[in-house]
Ligand binder design. Structure first.
Ligand SMILES: CC(C)(O)[C@@H](O)C(=O)O
Ligand SMILES: [Mg+2]
Length: 561
């Protein structure tokens, strides 16, 4: 890996470059026009970056929080400068061609934060993020820019309730499968759909957004506890204000992200993901964040973390509880406290200037009798929620999600699909049977392009009662709400000649988490001569540009050199 070069740090404020001296009069004229006076211009200019959008609940509260951040910045002696960037909502795009934009948006968000903050020589930043890709993008931008900064997650959505049971968007996706199989009627599907998502906030299980929010805290980029606060909890406003103040403290103390993003911080983050059976997207995103921070992290490091770390939180999709119930049970501090007691996380610097252990000590005690988080000695599962496999079908490595399943080996016959849509249709019309290994290819970072999440398919399988009787492998990825015997991120991907491209219907496939292999006895070498790369699906625009630039999923699917 090429470590990114250190960022030059001149004495004084970065923003002096745009506001100090006679030459800068035009820039000052612009700033006066925005309503600032000379005193405000002289202060540190602190970016308030957010991914607000009203297309979905995930980022809906971020404009309100941005106003609180700005107040915090002013109170601490800075001048806030607000701008927003985009978000692509997986819960809306899922199962459609639009989902190709999802992972690509991660790079665009990180790039746009870089360009806006560097383009105006801003001194520090607070990034407010809400849904899956906006969170890793915030961390990537902080690591890449290395200006003093803080990230804050807008918070989880509350869960809905149906028949007295908490439900989330996961149950809506699964209801689609149950409806397709004739197990529920239109009225029931309508009730699930109406009740699952009661307001602002990102998807409410240990799906990608909540997993990545914990990752931000474990990495030290958000003060412990603040990401646990739900989107609609009035306490979120005070948290936002605090982050505004904190950005100024970081600037004053010279505390920057790369000083926080140590190898220990990444080890802690991997352990938190394993212990909460979180989203496999965390593997992809942590590799990308490490790439920006210049920290050597490999996909194989995730296996070590997962083997050593039992699942100690009983969270959807594999477990029973929602994010709101997790927060009531003590949230991230409760998990971190148990992992620390078992020697499974390390002390590491955080954005507050205090170490992670000091933050854990200062957090409210874990409520007695809570059912969600257990001590390591009474873990729900002996090992973490994912495993990294290799073999003749994935020489660079791929990810098996272990959340929600007890099987460690699956052997079956390949049912090969060239796209998610083809596979989804086959599931919905009942053409997939117990014992099949569903292969969905040409959905990788370059081939998709954009490495779509296969939630529509995995949820449809679960909804038909096939979740533990069918395996799935893909060069695409999974939603945090996916579970079942599913292997994703198969690398190299089909479009770049990975062996998954050579599979045919009926080939015997073995997926074995004990031997850590994904393999076939089909004579792949003999088929190689007949293979040629598929033509690009998109030839113009952002998707085509991404397809040309993106690297392997086993390296985080990054586009920066
Ligand atoms: C729609 C979801 C549940 O947010 C999904 O995209 C995820 O990755 O968790
Ligand atoms: Mg997602």
């Amino acid at each position: 890996m090429n470590a990114p070069p250190p960022r030059p740090k001149a004495p004084g404020l970065r923003s002096d470059a745009i506001k100090t001296g006679p030459d800068r009069a035009p820039a000052r004229a612009m700033l006066y026009a925005t309503g600032l006076d000379a005193a405000a211009i002289a202060k540190p200019l602190v970016a308030v970056v957010h991914t607000w959008s009203n297309i979905s609940p995930c980022n809906l509260n971020l404009r309100d929080l941005a106003a609180e951040v700005a107040d915090g910045i002013r109170a601490a002696g800075g001048t806030p400068v607000e701008f927003n960037t985009i978000a692509v909502t997986d819960g809306i795009a899922m199962g459609t061609p639009g989902m190709r934009a999802s992972l690509i948006s991660r790079e665009l968000i990180a790039d746009s934060i870089e360009l806006a903050v560097d383009g105006h020589c801003l001194d520090a930043m607070v990034v407010l993020c809400g849904c899956d890709k906006t969170i890793p993008a915030a961390a990537m931008a902080l690591a890449r820019l290395d200006v003093p900064g803080v990230a804050l997650y807008g918070g989880s959505i509350a869960h809905g309730t149906l028949d007295g049971t908490p439900i989330t968007v996961q149950q809506v996706f699964e209801a689609v499968g149950a409806h397709g199989a004739g197990r529920i009627d239109d009225a029931r599907l309508g009730a699930v759909e109406q009740r699952a998502c009661p307001g602002a906030g990102a998807c409410g299980g240990q799906f990608t957004a909540n997993t990545m929010a914990m990752v931000l805290t474990a990495l030290g980029l958000t003060p412990l506890g603040l990401n646990d606060i739900a989107a609609t909890d009035p306490a979120k406003r005070a948290a936002a204000r605090r982050c505004g103040e904190l950005a100024l403290e970081c600037l004053r103390d010279g505390r920057t992200p790369r000083g926080i993003l140590s190898p220990a911080a990444f080890r802690n983050a991997m352990r938190i993901v394993a212990a909460t059976a979180g989203s496999t997207n965390a593997v992809l995103h942590l590799l990308a964040i490490a790439h920006e921070a210049g920290v050597a992290l490999t996909i194989e490091d995730f296996e070590g973390a997962s083997v050593q770390t039992p699942v100690i939180a009983d969270l959807m999709p594999g477990g029973r509880y929602t994010a709101i119930e997790m927060t009531a049970a003590g949230g991230m501090a409760a998990v971190a406290r148990e992992l620390r007691a078992a020697g499974l996380i390390e002390d590491a610097p955080t954005v507050t200037g205090r170490g992670l252990f000091e933050e854990i000590d200062a957090a409210p005690p874990t409520p007695p009798g809570q059912p969600v988080v257990r001590p390591v000695a009474q873990a729900f599962k002996p090992r973490g929620g994912y495993s990294i496999l290799y073999g003749n079908l994935s020489p660079e490595g791929c990810i098996l999600k272990l959340a929600g399943i007890d099987t460690l080996r699956f052997e079956g016959r390949a049912r090969v699909f060239e796209s998610e849509e083809d596979c989804f249709r086959a599931v919905q019309v009942g053409r997939i049977e117990a014992g099949d290994v569903v292969v969905i290819r040409n959905e990788g970072p370059a081939g998709g392009p954009g490495m779509r999440e296969m939630l529509a398919v995995t949820a449809a399988l679960v909804g038909r009662g096939l979740g533990d009787r069918v395996a799935l492998m893909t060069d695409g990825r999974f939603s945090g709400a996916s579970y079942g015997f599913v292997v994703g991120h198969v690398a190299p991907e089909a479009a770049r000649g990975g062996p998954i491209a050579l599979l045919r219907d009926g080939d015997r496939i073995v997926i074995d988490a004990v031997r850590r292999v994904v393999e076939t006895d089909a004579d792949l070498a003999a088929r190689r001569a007949d293979w040629s790369p598929p033509p690009p699906k998109v030839v113009h625009g952002a998707l085509a540009k991404y397809a040309r630039l993106v690297g392997s999923a086993a390296l985080g699917a990054v586009t920066t050199g």
